[in-house]
Write a protein that binds this ligand. Structure first.
Ligand code: SAM
Length: 246
């Protein structure tokens, strides 16, 4: 999705429909705490920060300052800047930050938007302090079957198949000296029930859902409603990967 496709309405819808409620991110908070060694006063570079949901979470969870880099003006306008968060116009391939300014980088659902992964890797190498981790949260080809969108809209697997694989990311980042240190599959609670998830879902906020035909989208929504009726108490748990490179 080119960043220009986010206007003010799409950005607001993204914040409402795609930002995972903070309480649903406990596993992510724990994994980042264990892997990244973040402490108050450190700086995190949030690349492709969107509307800043994770920037605010990192600040609140770990007491860090966040440099939130986001190319789409409408998304950037919704980042809660101030109080430890700076919203910056820029992209992964040309980060608007000084050398060795950050103690970790966070790239949430952004790998498949980056046109030149090797350029992004070079920039991250420049912007990070030596040994600092690159924390990548993404769905990867061949590993997305527990993503709720793939479960209920199986045709979205076609979009995911075109995303960079773990191996491609490793190879691209390897050119800048990064190596994989961990790969975790982690759950998030997107909504307390599948019915609430169906109510919340917004096709226009998601490249995978936007790629579906109207029929495929309607069939997927019907599948969620059926599953919700069959088990009204089932929470909407979706899994994504946390790939860590250093
Ligand atoms: C799916 S959103 C993810 C937003 C946020 N990280 C999150 O997890 O909610 C992808 C974001 O990446 C941004 N983006 C697109 N191309 C980019 C690039 N080359 N470098 C950095 N960000 C980019 C888009 O504008 C969009 O805000």
């Amino acid at each position: 999705m080119p960043e220009t496709s986010y206007d003010a309405e799409a950005a607001a819808a993204y914040r409402e429909a795609r930002e995972v409620p903070r309480e649903g991110l406990a596993s992510w908070r724990q994994a980042v705490a264990e892997e990244a060694g973040l402490a108050a006063g450190m700086t995190v570079l949030d690349v492709g920060a969107g509307t800043g949901g994770f920037a605010a979470a990192f600040r609140d969870w770990f007491g860090v300052s966040v440099l939130a880099v986001e190319p789409a003006a409408a998304m950037r306008a919704l980042i809660p800047a101030g109080g430890g968060i700076r919203a910056l116009d820029g992209r992964a391939e040309a980060l608007p930050v000084p050398d060795a300014c950050a103690d970790a980088a966070w790239l949430g659902s952004v790998m498949h938007h980056i046109g030149d992964l090797e350029a992004a890797a070079r920039e991250l190498r420049r912007a990070l302090r030596p040994g600092a981790p690159v924390l990548i949260r993404n769905t990867f080809p061949g590993r997305g079957e527990r993503d709720l969108r793939v479960r209920f809209f199986p045709e979205t697997a076609d979009s995911v198949a075109g995303y960079p694989t773990v191996e491609q990311v490793e190879a691209a980042f390897g050119t800048a000296g990064f190596r994989r240190t961990a790969l975790h599959s982690l759950p998030q609670e997107s909504a307390p029930t599948l019915a609430a998830y169906a109510d919340r879902i917004r096709r226009d906020t998601d490249t995978k859902l936007r790629a579906l035909s109207d029929d495929a989208y309607a069939r997927g929504l019907a599948r969620i409603r059926e599953a919700a009726a069959a088990d009204p108490g089932e929470p909407a748990i979706s899994w994504m990967d946390l790939l860590i490179l250093r």
